[in-house]
Ligand binder design. Structure first.
Ligand code: UD1
Ligand code: UDP
Length: 358
């Protein structure tokens, strides 16, 4: 039995870690460290409760801040914990500042790093996440890729040792929780939504929220939409909507409903029953694909290129006309292929870890 210190901090990481933690704890000791990057009840605790994720052993409560400050505070806090806990390995997920800080703190202390969701690239270094991924992948000794595309990206950067195509842990979560969501979530009734008669929207990428022109174009496209729109608003986006005077525009659009961020089970139901999904989220693009819902992506590039290649996802940037056109006309042309594994990525990751130590 080995001691693995898992580092999470942001919403999608709780979902990813849940899929691995469930299996990991059968064979190894896990110490769960929450950086506190996300802290609102509906951005953090709700996920731990709904997905039965063990309560973190420690929450560093770092909170929000500029990149350097936030990452720096995390480094200080994580280093201290690693020195005390002396784990055999640190496990980090995805591409947030919590991922970067975790990988860096561990590497400097000569602790092995495993990166789950390794090898993703947008090839756009203006994205903070792209920098976080590149650094984490350089540092990690074990790299668990969700797709063959990710394995190829690493190969082109000269990284092939310790690289495994484990499949996507978010696909594990999607399969595992879809049934639970159907039983437990009442969001469709609560919002009086009809199957395939609304558009689901999420938007939180810095390039869309922090840029007034982009956010305005996106909001104007939603306001112009003839179908009902349901938009669980990320706190970052809520802040920019309020500060950029877009609240009036939205208040006048009766068909557009802004709601608070929802839990994972409600989100699954909202996704499965949507006519189309409009998003800039990485996870939501894939979930649209998993639940065979056409996806319109508010970006010019995507890491999840298979969804586009298969014809289920279209990239429209933050361009009002293209968003409106896609909402009306986009229809998936192709069939889906099996890019994301078999729903047992968590088991594969833990098997590989255990074999490495055997
Ligand atoms: C972060 C990740 C992004 C990921 C997203 C998932 C980085 C660089 N970005 O972006 O890759 O897709 O999480 O959701 O790590 N806020 C709250 N309450 C919270 C959390 C955030 O009000 O619980 C607000 C704060 O005003 C904060 C802003 O949201 O400044 C942004 O939060 P932050 O964690 O810095 O980045 P995200 O946009 O959430
Ligand atoms: N999600 C959720 N509630 C919401 C919005 C998103 O549960 O209100 C889930 C979504 O289903 C997906 C994950 O959060 O599993 C994606 O996280 P996010 O969009 O915050 O980050 P990204 O995937 O872009 O890094």
């Amino acid at each position: 039995m080995k001691k693995i210190l898992t580092i999470v901090g942001a919403r999608p990481q709780f979902i990813k870690a849940a899929a691995v933690s469930r299996v990991l704890r059968r064979q190894h000791q896990e110490y769960l460290l929450h950086t506190g990057q996300h802290y609102d009840e509906n951005m953090s605790k709700l996920f731990f409760d709904e997905m039965n994720i063990p309560i973190p052993d420690l929450n560093l409560e770092i909170g929000s801040g500029p990149h350097g400050e936030q990452t720096g505070k995390m480094l200080v806090g994580i280093e201290r914990v690693l020195q005390g806990e002396k784990p055999d390995m640190v496990m980090v997920y995805g591409d947030t500042n919590s991922t970067l800080a975790g990988a860096l703190a561990a590497a400097k202390l000569h602790i092995q790093v495993a990166h789950v969701e390794a090898g993703l690239r947008s090839f756009n270094r203006a994205m903070p996440e792209e920098i976080n991924r590149i650094v984490a992948d350089q540092i990690a000794e074990l790299l668990f890729c969700p797709t063959e595309t990710a394995v190829g990206n690493l190969r082109r950067e000269g990284i092939s040792r310790g690289v495994h195509n484990s499949g996507d842990v978010m696909y594990d979560a999607a399969l595992y929780f879809a049934g639970v969501a159907a039983q437990k979530s009442a969001i469709m009734q609560q919002l009086a939504l009809k199957d395939k008669e609304y558009i689901l929207v999420t938007c939180h990428r810095a390039q869309n929220t922090d840029d007034v022109a982009n956010l305005t174009a996106i909001v104007e496209a939603l306001v112009a939409c003839d179908e009902p729109v349901v938009f669980p608003v990320h706190p970052r986006t809520r802040g920019f909507i309020n500060s950029s005077g877009l609240t009036d525009k939205l208040a006048g659009a009766k068909r557009v409903r802004l709601i608070d961020p929802v839990g994972y089970l409600d989100m699954i139901q909202l996704e499965k029953h949507a006519a189309k999904i409009v998003t800039d989220s990485g996870g939501v693009q894939k979930e649209a694909y998993f639940y065979t819902v056409p996806c319109i992506t508010l970006r010019d590039e995507t890491e999840w290129i298979e969804t586009v290649d298969d014809g289920w996802n279209v990239l429209v940037g933050a361009d009002k006309e293209r968003i409106v056109d896609a909402i009306v006309n986009f229809a998936p042309a192709g069939s889906q292929n099996n890019h994301y594994g078999d729903g047992h990525a968590g088991e594969k990751i833990v098997d590989i870890l255990t074999r490495v130590w055997a």
